[in-house]
Design a protein around this ligand. Structure first.
Ligand SMILES: CC(C)(COP(=O)(O)OP(=O)(O)OC[C@H]1O[C@@H](n2cnc3c(N)ncnc32)[C@H](O)[C@@H]1OP(=O)(O)O)[C@@H](O)C(=O)NCCC(=O)NCCS
Length: 208
């Protein structure tokens, strides 16, 4: 599945650093510390994830290994040798009938947002999931006021399919989850007989 680096160059930049081209590429274990730092910020300060305690680099490594063991994509964006964003796909639900559906997650360092990095990463992951034979991709976005994430996923072809109201409490307020979905294949084509490439049935199919 591994795809090589993509170069994305943005147009007008507002600062020297911002004019640096960024690259997206497959993540490796060497990127875990940077990934953990980016995610840790969003855990502590943001509504995008409902985790409240930043996972350790060891825990992020475990999650990364779990994604990669299934052949699912985990991409990073890099500027001048620094990882400044990432996006990956994970199983949507452990129960086996969901096997053609994945969930996407995308996080960009606050200092590097609004430069097209999020959309480049998400498009990489969408492309990779299509190539693996997945049929639907879902994003669970916290919260309904997260305009950046809602806009990003709309631009990437996702549509809102539902919203769970006030199911979370974070940063001192109730938070919603907005579910957005994008088809990865033609809905008129019947389900294939086999599995997506790399699919591993979960041993534990207990609900989330
Ligand atoms: C969501 C996030 C990944 C977007 O990353 P980004 O690199 O800033 O996004 P891009 O620059 O690629 O922008 C993609 C689109 O979203 C729009 N957008 C980005 N941030 C926005 C904001 N705060 N408000 C409105 N629109 C925004 C951009 O204008 C662009 O749309 P356009 O092509 O119509 O102009 C980033 O804001 C982030 O990390 N947020 C916190 C984590 C999170 O919420 N993740 C989603 C849960 S999985």
């Amino acid at each position: 599945m591994n795809s090589g680096p993509n170069r994305h160059e943005k147009g007008e930049a507002v600062a020297d650093a911002a004019s640096s081209p960024f690259y997206t590429r497959d993540a490796t274990r060497m990127d875990i510390a940077a990934i953990a730092a980016i995610y840790g910020f969003h855990v502590a300060q943001g509504a995008g994830t409902f985790e409240e305690v930043a996972p350790s680099p060891d825990e992020m490594r475990r999650r990364f290994d779990n994604v990669r063991a299934r052949g699912l994509p985990w991409r990073v964006a890099e500027i001048d040798g620094a990882v400044i964003g990432y996006c990956y796909a994970s199983p949507y639900n452990a129960r086996s009938a969901y096997k053609f559906t994945v969930q996407s997650s995308v996080y960009v360092d606050l200092r590097w947002q609004h430069r097209g990095i999020g959309i480049a990463l998400l498009q990489d992951v969408i492309r990779a999931c299509k190539a693996l034979g997945y049929h639907q991709i879902i994003a669970a976005i916290g919260d309904s006021r997260n305009e950046g994430a809602l806009r990003l996923h709309t631009v990437a072809g996702y549509r809102t399919i539902g919203q769970a109201l006030r199911v979370g409490v974070k940063l001192g307020r109730w938070m919603d989850i907005v579910y957005m979905q994008r088809a990865l294949s033609d809905p008129n084509v019947p389900p294939p007989a086999g599995d997506p490439i790399g699919f591993c049935a979960a041993e534990d199919q207990t609900g989330p």
